[in-house]
Design a protein around this ligand. Sequence first.
Ligand code: NDP
Length: 310
Amino acid sequence: MRILLHRADGKTEPWIKDFGKFLPEAEIEIWHAGEKCQTCDYAVVWSPPEAMLEELAQVKAIFVTGAGVDALLKFSGALPPHIPIIRLGDAGMATQMAEYVTHSVLRYFRRFDEYDTQARAGQWAPLPQYRKEDFAVGVLGTGVLGTAVLEALAPFGFPLRGWSRSEKSIPGVQCFHGEQGLDTFLRGTRVLVCMLPLTPETGNLINRTNMCKLPQGSFLINVARGAHLAEPELVALIKSGHIAAATLDVFRNEPLPAQHPFWQEPRISITPHISALTLRRESVQQIAEKIRKVEQGQPVADVVDRNRGY
Ligand code: NDP
């Protein structure tokens, strides 16, 4: 069995080592621009270059080393529809997301961000405490990661809300779905967490119109994709105070350009796309298990529905 591997960072050795551990029967072929490679059975990629499409179109299945597949699906038209695209399901990302979002929600609820600012200015000034019933957390996208985030938040007692495409029932969570459910979901959400895949339907969803439906003084946490957010519209709403603060892990252009207005906005917290990193060992182990299933003709989880875009 031969696996075609592409890593944009060029750090392929540790991946080869882990494949040696979890799928010793596989030979790993590294993709290099301009070099002819042998025909492979499977491909393992994240955001492959366009020049790789010819090879990708020949494999039995393409494994994506992430939960989101937007970077590959932009080439979907060039990939024969019979080739399954298989993403990671959790693989250690759910815990990381739960940590990141829980931290951010508690930081705003307990006003630690404001106390940090006060401390730098040498101010000792207790602020009024928010009430949990006024601090509903609403998660856009209640899939693998969104559900893990909601479960992690449950013990703290915030009212929890979720929004998905299809109708869902999650214990302890008020669930909304579809376009018709979005308006009510937003109007009752104080902390909006974006955990959606990026698709033609979800791009730009966090725009001025939708952010204005959140109550005055709401908070935004975007850990999905930069293109979900209308960035200049957030800056305007932060300046007006309608959005009290935002924590952003993802951006339309990454790394975030030095002149981007977000850097100048103290009420916007920035992290460099680290909310849930791909854990190599967990990912290779999961991919190896899935390859074994494909080889045995068994059904495999996390196959992307190309029509839905996730
Ligand atoms: P899932 O596919 O498990 O869940 C996606 C959720 O989004 C589902 O609940 C789905 O609804 C919902 N959804 C999709 N389209 C719509 C729509 N048009 N309207 C309403 N709801 C919709 O994905 P994961 O939870 O595994 O991952 C989510 C995203 O998180 C990834 O696609 C990726 O973009 C992002 N991510 C970001 C990382 C980072 O480091 N910043 C790391 C990992 C992931 P339904 O349940 O009805 O299908």
